[in-house]
Design a protein around this ligand. Sequence first.
Ligand SMILES: *Cc1c(COP(=O)(O)O)cnc(C)c1O
Length: 378
Amino acid sequence: MVTSTPPSLPASGLSASGSLTIDLGALARNWRAAHEASGTARASAVIKADGYGLGAVEVARTLAKAGCRDFFVALPSEGIAVRSVAPDAAIYVLNGPMAGHVDAMADAGLIPVLNGPEQLALWAQAGDRHGRPLAASMMLDTGMNRLGFDEAALDALAPDALQGIDLRLVLSHLACADDPSADMNIVQRARFNRMRSRLPDVEASLCNSAGIFLGPDYHYELTRPGVCLYGGSPFIAEPAPFHHVVTVGAEVVQLRRVPAGETIGYGATFTAASDMRTATIAAGYADGIFRAAGNRGFAAINGVRVPYVGRVSMDLVVLDVTALPDGAVRPGDQAEVLGPTISVDDLAQASGTIGYEVLTSLGSRYERRYIAADFSQF
Ligand SMILES: *Cc1c(COP(=O)(O)O)cnc(C)c1O
């Protein structure tokens, strides 16, 4: 079954020249794989940044059906949106309670990740107003120096400081989980154990996607996979062991013959060494195809990889289709920008970035289609 959500621009088929298809069955299988790799722990799902650009509500709806009971968002607004499709789930808000959102968070039953004493005080006050301590979790800073209680902040806590909250989970975040040989992983795990031994004995969580593969010592009770759910590789320079979830297609607008010696695109950065045939497709850097991928990236046509030639324009990319048989591609055909042949990480690598940034940059111009998961096969 295929369902659509309306794009933010007028009339779908007419305005969108590209399509973004999200395979919710593959998403569910990836969550299941992450859950199984988590050993005795259960896997949550990290769905911040609108589910890494794929739609947090659709992602949460699917993964709740797959058995996921814990979700992590970044912002209160994301948590409130997700609550409607996951009425019984624990929904954690990574950035913590923000003044002005505290009561809305409490009303939606969201669980803040408390990142320091100010947030702890804010949430305890909210508990006072609600007449009971409210569910919370605590981020321990074991080396990221980004958010969380460090050891000094734990030292400074008053003995009764945690009485105003209902502590459910302590967590920390690994800086180098994508590199299994990094000593930083060992250092952070030791700090995590030392710090959490000073807190009430509640569930603990340390791993992102890559951390899960550091082994059982890192799993605790809850893991927090994000990028692997969406088909991105959690590892440095290794192909993703997960199913691809996202297919981006862009329509071929025009086919051209480019004689030897002619240049292609802005800046005339590409010169045809011999006569060539090209296809110009209707997607560009405004659609998340990074400009840095010019002359480096690949698309696919009928499963054949075809290189980008020249710079990426705002709405267009030119592909070298000389290797395809004459007539194999026509105006109106779809080129695969991302999908079974071109992975999120392939495009990331050509762009000098990571799969996470490719996913969250896809933008709003595509016609979005969700392929529903078939749970009878699950
Ligand atoms: C984003 C995030 C995750 C998920 O990380 P992935 O590398 O995408 O698996 C887990 N925990 C925290 C605190 C995060 O910010």
